[in-house]
Design a protein around this ligand. Sequence first.
Ligand code: DNO
Length: 342
Amino acid sequence: MYLSFRWFAEADPISLAYIRQIPTMEAIVTALYDVPASVVWDEARLRTLKQQIEAHDLRFDIVESVPVHDHIKLGRDNRDHLINIYCQNIALLGRLGVKVICYNFMPLFDWYRTDLELPLTDGSTVLSYDHQQLEGIASPWAVTLPAYFPLEDNPETLKAAYLALSEEELRENFRYFLERVIPVAEASHVVLALHPDDPPWSIFGLPRIVKNEEDLARILAMHPSHHHGLTFCSGSLGANPSNDLVQIIERFGKRIHFVHLRNIHTVSEKSFHETAHPNGAGDLDMVALVRALHRVGYQGAVRPDHGRMIWGERGKPGYGLYDRALGAVYLRGIWDAITHHR
Ligand code: DNO
């Protein structure tokens, strides 16, 4: 594995110079976050981004995400046009040397939390999710999380359309998308890495199709190409304690193209909060996950996913510098302990 770090470019209070100082950090994970899903990305802007990253001796080889337009997920009549734009973005990123595109197929919302600043007893704050609280939320759009792309439709209209869509229909719309983008990914030497649903269950009554091992198996069976793969995200899948994360890594290892590692603590059913990365800080066994990744021969990027806000840092919820840097070094330490032979 090698280390990578998510950076929100000009919208990020953290500088590349600081990220560079995290020991053994190799790559930046980013995107053009202000561009809606119906638009082909600007090549000049991407080239500038790449130069900036490389000027700090880091690589620009992972994009997270290229957003999938809601009309594609809904299977609307204009989907071929929008898929074509998606294909143009894949080809463009491939030309720029990007190797991995992380994306998701979650209706309307990307990830979701009900509290962005839950205080822990150590004085830090974390992101948390409580399903009961979610059900009482008057406006789902009151919570703004990092990495949401601009919506191009009225959200209530979209929500109503999704509520009428079954999981089976959403899955078929995913298959339709996949059959058209995978050949382009192959020709562009880019692998696509589908991110699981976060949290891994239906929210606001919307269908979700990437929640557990069975979903992942179905999805991978839709297309045999190596370019159709997964982002393994411990915090997303791990929020459902019946997901066996080690088993998921072992079963789908060859199709895992990108890894997000973070820890969480489950408070009660469908209620959890994030924690620092190490074993013991949360319920997930990070050491077992890294060992499993090593066993399946994983060679791609790992990024320390969300961290706590510590040491007085202010910034994007979950995406501060300090705790993610601690997480990075911890994960790297586990990897070294497994792989280092004198
Ligand atoms: C949250 C992230 C997600 C992820 C997308 C991938 O922190 O893990 O926003 O980037 O779901 O498309």
